[in-house]
Design a protein around this ligand. Sequence first.
Ligand code: UDP
Length: 238
Amino acid sequence: DSPSTRYKKVLLKVSGEVLMGDQGYGIDMNTVDTVAAAIARVIESGVQVCLVIGGGNIFRGLSTAAAGMERASADYMGMLATVMNALAMQNALEKIGVDTRVQSAIPMAAIAEPYIRRRAVRHLEKGRVVIFAAGTGNPYFTTDTAAALRAAEMGCDALLKGTSVDGVYSADPKKDTSATRYDTLTYQDVLSRDLRVMDASAIALMRESKIPIVVFSIREEDSLRKVLNGEGTFTIIG
Ligand code: UDP
């Protein structure tokens, strides 16, 4: 029963900003449930899905470092924030019958498996959703880079960036009504025009690994399924 979708193994990056919904901070459980339902729908069709969750809804290392904290410590706090989000996402998925495993880049034996690449690949083959927590495990990085790294390591066909906007625009569509959405972009376009889709190291890694990045809105429950079928609106970077 091979999936009819264009991508068979994907890494979905969900930023902390998405998980906070319309709140200014923290985890909005309705939004987490919506994302979980979207994932459940595509798991049913046989697509392998792994996740990297951000932490910006709870803690950002860079801004705290700017306020005077040592950068590395602040970044570790940021990575811990991603673990909280990962557990919320795991709970929402398990509640609707999707098998999951959380693997943390920082070993935390009581609450998550350690990150072991080959074990993660096996989980995916068994239809489990693997949630990668704690980013890359290193300060000075972001969860965008972690998403690119894990997508390459897992051999994903695409890195899906679920945001609150339905693609990459020429300007911020929330502020500029003349902003237009790009259907396609090259990695080089994103880098040279500084389009701020993901950070430059993530884009460079995807270029090197030849993995397309699809930017879409994850706010609607059906959007993930649509993107996997090549329907709906999104921007593809490749
Ligand atoms: N972080 C880190 N190394 C990583 C991933 C994340 O130090 O490999 C820290 C960093 O401080 C960052 C925070 O975790 O600000 C939250 O991650 P991020 O800002 O990428 O989350 P998002 O913007 O996706 O919500």
